[in-house]
Design a protein around this ligand. Structure first.
Ligand code: IVH
Length: 693
């Protein structure tokens, strides 16, 4: 049988129906995949259907429709974007940057005054939403088909970026039949943080320019003239409102509230964020602002504030506009996470393992709620890549508890005569050679414990709370002890007498006694704490615990071969080698022996012959206060069962264990659909897996 030809009017045209069926199927699966995050078929099957449609369209170009999923991959390269006059202007919103309460209070008071409400009248109903940090977009659907996507531009005239926006998987190219004949969806195109990170990693690999933040990356992608490149930039979209729409008189929908409108858009396949809430009066808006503020850094995308909108569309119409801002909406911002400042100097610091770290000294700047004066440049490559120089104006970012970082330099503001940063060839503390081994990113001081910076760090590491814990032994005191030559090695700590301590400047006799008492107390420790406290490269707390559990005694750990070390869960070749190297050095064994001789002891256990790790591979996050277990006890129990305990909730988290006053981590768990356990639930899980003898 010959293939029917489209030009052969007499031939039947099964391909038309076939193409339509494929399009419908692909629309359905794209929605499941991109918007609902719940694919029903494997990617390979989707690709197969996609290629089938592509082949059909290639053979019969007349079958190609503007809403075909094949159009997402982008068409021809443009010289410039065409201008689009918006049917209804794209407005901006008034911004309140005031503190927690006052932004919401001021907005509510204004709305009530303008609506002529008395104090005795009931509270106004609002919708509180997130203020996405991306770029505004208007999507025009005619007869259910996406026909145009336009940027905001000056609010009246924007740019036609349809080709690029079609590449955004989450945006439906076609709406269900219930949608009105004409509808403009307004929303925000943005880039997820993880997508941004991987895009930058790819750019770096290719030696191409990286982006400063997700918003810039998103804006760059939307305004990319080559749609094939735009298609490789992972963008996302959230709908938050409407532009032009078929009026109810002509059969369009008659929405009564903003909330109803958003729910309907969602039911038609448009992505609407899940944090949309109806709130009564200012107090609930304030609560929302606080709640989202606490969650902000755990969201998968950037927001710069929240938006409050009057829910009733009738009241919105009554309130109207001032110039180009509606009276019924306001943006309530959070403190900025990025600010500009200048680089006063670049210091090089020496860490415990001798690692040299360049640190930018900054003119003090208030960002992410704290004053920042330092930002790490990590290593030589990073400092070079960013090309940060003394005198530069830089963008500093601090989000949540993450350490501040220099995101980028503003090259236009570089003063003349600046110099490229170079790593020093010698350690700035002890003058020993600084070496960067082949294939390593870090430059290290070769002075070892000859280097006072390394000695100080080694002592501080040993004395920290999570290691052997010597209360009151902080960096000031360690500086004094090492600089005065009183303490050179860890055992020297236990040889300290009151006279030596009292001879230090600013040391009162009472504080000296306290330190001696704390040192005495520290002698009774545990094997994991001691192992961790030794500061062996790559041996963190979890590894130290695993080693102690596996081998039972310190001597067994010290004498274990690389092969035996590799039997420990979590110990890989690098860690095993590092342990071997450490204990092969006579002076390290000497330190251990002297510490024992000074009276440092712990209970030793029997080696675990064959540990059963029922929760191996599972990741837990603990939050809030549990009724009976302390945080550390719960962590120990979980780790003993082979589970990993992480600090923040992500898609990879298997369980969140939540106690009283659990905060944003619990919210995040609910948002991501992660299983949540209370303490009895945790115990039940552990018991259920307990293997009977
Ligand atoms: S509503 C008439 N809702 O903020 C109100 N805008 O100046 C029109 N934005 O660039 C905007 N998240 O793209 C609205 N949930 C949200 C938003 C939001 C982000 C952006 C918008 C525009 C700016 C408003």
């Amino acid at each position: 049988m010959s293939t029917p030809d489209l030009f052969d009017a007499a031939a039947p045209r099964p391909d038309t129906a076939k193409a339509e069926a494929l399009r419908t199927l692909l629309h359905h699966h794209a929605h499941r995949y991109y918007t609902l995050d719940a694919p029903e078929i494997p990617d390979a099957e989707y690709d197969r259907l996609f290629r089938e449609l592509q082949a059909l369209e290639a053979a019969h170009p007349a079958l190609q429709m503007p809403d075909s999923p094949t159009q997402r991959v982008g068409g021809r390269v443009l010289d410039a974007f065409a201008s689009v006059r918006h049917a209804l202007p794209m407005l901006s919103i008034r911004t309140e940057t005031d503190t927690e309460a006052s932004g919401a209070l001021a907005f509510d008071a204004r709305v009530r005054r303008e609506l002529g409400l008395a104090e005795s009248d009931p509270p106004v109903e609002y919708v509180a939403e997130l203020k996405f940090d991306g770029l505004a977009m208007s999507l025009r659907y005619e007869n259910g088909i996406l026909v145009q996507a336009a940027t905001r531009g000056d609010g009246e005239v924007g740019e036609d970026v349809t080709q690029n926006v079609r590449t955004i998987g989450q945006i439906p190219l076609r709406l269900p039949p219930e949608a009105p004949p004409l509808m403009e969806v307004r929303g925000e195109v943005y880039m997820r943080r993880d997508d941004f990170e991987s895009l930058n990693a790819r750019q770096r690999e290719k030696g191409e320019k990286t982006f400063v933040n997700p918003r810039n990356a998103a804006a760059g992608a939307v305004r990319q003239l080559a749609p094939a490149i735009a298609a490789q930039r992972p963008l996302s979209f959230f709908a938050y409102g409407l532009g032009d729409i078929t009026p109810p008189e002509q059969g369009g929908p008659a929405f009564e509230t903003h909330f109803e409108l958003l729910q309907t858009l969602k039911s038609w396949g448009l992505p609407v964020v899940s944090f949309v809430e109806r709130s009564l009066g200012a107090s609930e808006l304030i609560a929302y602002h606080q709640r989202i503020g606490a969650l902000r850094d755990t969201l998968p995308f950037d927001i710069d504030g929240v938006v409050y909108k009057v829910n009733s569309l009738a009241l919105q119409r009554q309130l109207g506009f001032v110039t180009r801002e509606p009276r019924w909406a306001v943006a309530h911002k959070y403190p900025a996470q990025e600010e500009l400042t200048t680089v006063l100097g670049i210091d090089v610091q020496v860490g415990r393992t001798g690692k040299l770290t360049p640190v930018a000294k900054l003119a003090p700047v208030f960002v992410g709620n704290v004053t920042v004066t330092n930002a790490t440049l990590h290593n030589e490559d990073e400092a070079r890549r960013k090309d940060v120089r003394v005198g530069d104006t830089v963008i500093v970012r601090r989000a949540g508890d993450v350490i501040p970082e220099v995101v980028a330099v503003l090259p236009d503001r570089r003063p003349p005569g600046t110099q490229v940063f170079t790593m020093p060839a010698t350690c700035p503390i002890c003058g020993s050679a600084a070496v960067r081994e082949e294939g390593e990113v870090d430059t290290r001081c070769t002075g070892g414990l000859f280097c006072s910076a390394q000695r100080k760090q080694a002592i501080l590491h040993y004395a920290q709370r999570r290691a052997v814990e010597v209360e009151g032994l902080g960096d000031k005191l360690v500086d004094q002890l090492v600089d005065a030559g009183v303490v050179n090695t860890l055992p020297d700590l236990y040889r300290l007498g009151l006279t030596a301590l009292a001879s230090l400047e600013r040391m009162a006799e009472k504080s000296g006694q306290n330190i001696i008492a704390a040192l005495e107390k520290s002698k009774q420790t545990t094997l994991p704490r001691f192992l961790f406290g030794l500061g062996i490269r790559h041996v963190g707390e979890a590894t130290a615990k695993a080693l102690a559990r596996h081998f039972g005694t310190l001597d067994a750990v010290m004498d274990a071969s690389v092969e035996q070390l590799l039997e420990v869960a979590d110990v890989g070749p690098i860690v095993a080698q590092s342990l071997r190297t450490f204990f092969d050095q006579p002076h390290n064994r000497e330190v251990v022996e002297q510490l024992r001789a000074c009276g440092v002891t712990w209970e030793e256990g029997a080696p675990a012959a064959r540990t059963i790790r029922p929760l191996a591979g599972k990741t837990f996050v603990l939050t809030g206060t549990l009724p009976t277990l302390s945080r550390d006890q719960a962590k120990d129990l979980l780790e003993a069962a082979g589970a990993k305990v992480a600090g923040s909730v992500s898609k990879k988290t298997d369980y969140v264990v939540a106690g009283a006053e659990a905060g944003s981590k619990l919210d995040k768990a609910h948002a991501l659909g992660v299983a949540v356990l209370d303490e009895p639930g945790l115990m039940a899980l552990l018991n259920e897996h307990e293997v009977s003898p």
